[in-house]
Design a binder for this molecule. Sequence first.
Ligand code: URP
Ligand code: ZN
Ligand code: ZN
Length: 468
Amino acid sequence: MTHTRTVVRGGLVITAADETHADLLIEDGRIAAVAATGSTVAEGWSAERTIDATGKYVIPGGVDAHTHMDFPFGGTFSSDDFESGTRAAAWGGTTTIVDFAVQTKGHALREGLDRWHAKADSKCAIDYAFHMILSDVNQGTLKEMDMLVEEGITSFKLFMAYPGVFYSDDGQILRAMQRTAANGGLVMMHAENGIAIDVLVEQALAEGRTDPRYHGEVRKALLEAEATHRAIQLARVAGSPLYVVHVSAEEAVAELASARDKGLPVFGETCPQYLFLSTDNLAEPDFGGAKYVCSTPLRPREHQAALWRGLRTNDLQVVSTDHCPFCFVGQKELGRGDFSKIPNGMPGVEHRMDLLHQAVVDGHISRRRWIEIACATPARMFGLYPKKGNLQPGSDADVVIYDPQAEQTLSVETHHMNVDYSAYEGKQLTGQVETVLSRGETVIDRRTYAGRAGHGQYTPRGLCQLLD
Ligand code: URP
Ligand code: ZN
Ligand code: ZN
């Protein structure tokens, strides 16, 4: 139902900058005003609808800057399309996703972008934007990058992994970085040495090491660190900023920290799976480890402390999901007897806000840092702030009423993602999303779905807002 004026009363409003007991006035899909609870100003507001947030947190909707809906990989497609995936995101308090449109080798960026619009437009329950995956850096695509930046696709993912599929060599990477140095775009790097990894894959399979856990063993932390180092040096040569996606290895965090200590415009993202899961999961019996095959891979749990530290010290700035689900039956099973054929990716878009709230409960991060890494900084990084990621007057009224006391157990039985397993089956969490507004419209109403496919709007982006 559309309400032109809504008041959210009595909650603890948490943003990256502040925590205050305040009321929000929402008008025509935007935050119109914020005023202290009980103040004359707030008491004077009248509205068609009042949401009582007493005892709850009032936070900006989550911004998940790394999803793959309906994504082609290993001869199949990720099992959430934009409809099911954005619905699940809303259930988990995420109100914006930035998904990766894919350039197919030999084809124009524009063709890939059109295909992504066809997949997403009129399907989404929440707002969405696109990055572009470059699979074929050449004179034509380099020129197209300029046009895309003008249109609001301001970031480009390149792969140092997956030779023969998405891989770019160092020369192509340097050229793409030089282009972004000139046009203001941001290169997002999948930093793993794919050429070396493929040698190790071949050797493992030849020796009969075919189980899912070998996926983690051949994709060595050192090869993530080496690629991260190389990407940083290439960005320095090009004079461009760099964002490294899905960082999982302690050694890679060290590369980012050392670059940032030099004052370089280098940024890093990690994901809940690296913070909460480990190679123990990859070793689960009866091919169960396949559920956890993603790249970069899960690491031994000792790496987690470095990731949490990086998030606290701002050597890592963003937590995204890299949501890329494949069903166990019929999809992950493609790799029985050959781990290299297991489609890479894990489900997670629904659980990021809750898992990071659990990190607050567990003392890894503060409440404001929770909002910073999950809402405000991803919005700034990808040119969406303060429309997204904040609750200041003028921001979109993407608002989550969050119950910090609720207890929940994650399970395939209760999640809303279109995938036949949960990577967090049985995990108990404190805290749960209660109500979600997207541009003032109710998407989740006290844990009932009230959204609709097609409500979500395509949102062109500006340039990275973290560069001086
Ligand atoms: O395993 C992953 N991460 N799958 C999605 C593609 C990518 O590299 O982000
Ligand atoms: Zn990647
Ligand atoms: Zn990804």
